[in-house]
Design a protein around this ligand. Structure first.
Ligand code: NAD
Length: 380
């Protein structure tokens, strides 16, 4: 480990779709530099290395062994998370993984235990709750703006992947589904706001057993659905709040909000938890109109030119800060609890299922990123 250096080196494992958001986003943190990347596809790794000026390694092991790599970031597909993360943890370096932690609670729990035994930090996306929207909503709840939170709702709806993805099969097989794919953003946001969940009661079913794919240039014409695609759940939070969650690839169109909190004094409207910085709104019972809440921290993506979006990175920076003793907000303890909730929603439960994990609410965050991003800083 290189604790004396000004910057910690980040190694990227998996140079697919989301990796550009990390290559660009991590440059916004002064204490981090991308030290290398690798992918099973040499072509993809080389393309990323050339584009972002990063050394390319021909294997995960070679990247992990590099002296200037302190943190390994797993950006492989969900079904590969378990084996890749296990390999990464075995190197004794700190590990951050994309969501979900792994494809199931049962496979994730041993990895979290292993990280603890090895004394390394293990973190996981989603980290979007560290953005200005998540933090503003959290500050509002903590200040008692809407009084006691009695209920909450979250609606995780269709990504319509059959219309734009060349082969969305992975979304309809183990490790996919609405709960595990998009659900992490919503449940992480709720646990950040309301604390841990005590029990989940959920019903889940397959919508259509076969789904046509109409994407122009598609690689498959249809998908055989292997997992539930429509789930409805009641979450009993330890705080006493009751959550209503819909997670579905069978709701094509709707007029539903993303997340709302229903308090004794008013309602808080929380924007899309897949984003860092949209606007939080509130309407107290005695107010005639909704009003926007001023953001409590600078947004991670505010002012970033459209062509440089999306960006990712606050979670990796959070882990880096935790190495020096700062609070670890995106820890795998938190993500494991979120995954246990998601697993119950995804598969349905036999009555109310008490959860075996719990977690602390993450500490409120401050903005640790540079205030502006330009083409130059994004690719530096
Ligand atoms: N695509 C998005 O918009 C998006 C957004 C947020 C989060 N995520 C998450 O990011 C992760 C990656 O998603 P993606 O869309 O970039 O997937 P992707 O399939 O586009 O890319 C994954 C890459 O990982 C590589 N890979 C697989 N196994 C590997 C291994 N053992 N060693 C090295 N490389 C390996 C693949 O070759 C591929 O290039 C997933 O967990 C997903 O849930 C994706």
């Amino acid at each position: 480990m290189t604790a004396q250096k000004d910057q910690l080196g980040v190694g990227i494992v998996g140079c697919g779709n989301i990796s550009g958001a990390y290559f660009r986003g991590l440059t916004r943190f002064d204490g981090l530099r991308i030290a290398g990347c690798t992918d099973l596809s040499e072509e993809l790794a080389r393309a990323a290395g050339d584009r972002y000026g990063v050394p390319v390694y021909d294997s995960v092991e070679a990247l992990a062994a590099a002296d200037d790599v302190d943190i390994l970031v797993n950006l492989t597909p969900p079904l590969a998370h378990e084996s890749v993360t296990r390999t990464l943890l075995a190197t004794g370096k700190h590990v951050f993984t994309e969501k979900p932690l792994t494809a199931s609670f049962a496979t994730a729990a041993p990895l979290v235990a292993e990280a603890r035994e090895r004394g390394v930090l293990f973190g996981s996306a989603p980290d979007t709750f560290l953005g200005s929207a998540g933090q503003t909503a959290r500050a509002a709840v903590d200040a008692g703006l809407i009084g006691e939170v009695i209920g909450a709702s979250a609606f995780v709806t269709h990504s319509k992947a059959e219309l734009w993805h060349p082969d969305p099969t992975f979304l309809f097989t183990r490790g996919g589904g609405p709960a595990l794919d998009m659900g992490p953003y919503y449940i992480a946001a709720l646990v950040n706001l309301l604390g841990p969940v005590a029990s989940v009661a959920a019903s889940a079913r397959i919508g259509s057993p076969v789904r046509p794919v109409s994407t122009p240039g598609r690689r498959v014409d249809s998908i055989e659905v292997r997992i539930p695609t429509h789930a409805s759940a009641t979450l009993d939070f330890a705080s006493g709040a009751i959550g209503t969650v819909l997670a579905s690839f069978d709701v094509w169109d709707h007029n539903l909000p993303f997340i709302e909190l229903y308090g004794s004094q008013g309602t808080l409207s929380v924007p899309d938890p897949n984003n860092y910085d949209d606007t939080v709104r509130v309407r107290l019972h005695d107010e005639a109109e909704w009003r926007e809440l001023p953001a409590v921290i600078d947004g991670f993506t505010c002012g970033v030119p459209e062509e440089l979006l999306p960006l990712r990175g606050p979670g990796v920076a959070d882990l880096a800060a935790a190495i020096t003793g700062e609070p670890f907000r995106t820890s795998s303890d938190f993500a494991l609890h979120v995954l246990e909730v998601l697993d119950a929603i995804a598969n349905g439960t036999d009555g109310a299922q008490a959860l075996t994990t719990t977690c602390e609410r993450p500490e409120p965050a401050t903005a640790t990123w540079r205030s502006a991003v330009t083409e130059e800083t994004a690719t530096a």
